[in-house]
Write a protein that binds this ligand. Structure first.
Ligand SMILES: [Zn+2]
Length: 185
């Protein structure tokens, strides 16, 4: 994925998120967006630990299933990832794109999987909201800092990631990647 494609995906997501006038964590918008797009969504209690989610189309019906057993940040990422396959109109194989842990979280992913991941990162952690929340954190943190003198930069970064990942309901790991992308930490 080159920078042009990344920019395209980021712009697409910005358009989708324009409805977020209340500055809610974007994951909270998912059910409305899914309804608007006429997608049927279901969490399924799957025994297969490797299975994360699937996007498939039967006739006119578009469907997303995610594994209900995933822990919340991972589940959220998977839902946004499947939505990425839908918005980016990725080619289906036998009517479906099946995403397991390896395709979403592993290395050497096929290009559409990387794109769906990037879509999910842009969707769940929009740049402008990250800046806003980071500023908010820094205000609070500098007040706290007077109480805990001698805090190191590393502690501050850890607290920042904790604060942001809690708000956006994503894993600390994906938050770390996203902040690095913008050189925000
Ligand atoms: Zn996928």
């Amino acid at each position: 994925m080159d920078w042009k494609r990344r920019k395209q995906i980021a712009n697409l997501v910005d358009g989708i998120l324009q409805c977020n006038v209340l500055n809610r964590p974007p994951i909270d918008l998912i059910s409305d967006i899914i309804k608007q797009r006429g997608i049927k969504f279901e969490e399924r209690d799957e025994n297969d630990e490797e299975f994360c989610g699937v996007y498939f189309v039967i006739g006119e019906a578009k469907i997303i299933f995610v594994n209900s057993n995933l822990y919340e940040p991972r589940k959220n990422f998977t839902i946004a990832h499947e939505l990425g396959h839908h918005f980016l109109v990725h080619p289906l194989q036998d009517g479906a794109i099946i995403c397991n842990k390896d395709t979403i979280f592993g290395d050497n992913k096929p290009e559409p999987e990387k794109e769906a991941d990037y879509f999910a990162a842009c969707f769940l952690m929009p740049k402008n909201m990250l800046h806003q929340k980071k500023t908010e954190f820094e205000k609070n943190y500098s007040q706290q800092l007077n109480l805990f003198k001698g805090s190191e930069e590393q502690d501050k970064n850890e607290e920042l990631i904790k604060y942001l990942s809690n708000f956006f309901k994503v894993s600390k790991e994906s938050m770390g990647y996203r902040l690095k992308e913008f050189k925000m930490y």
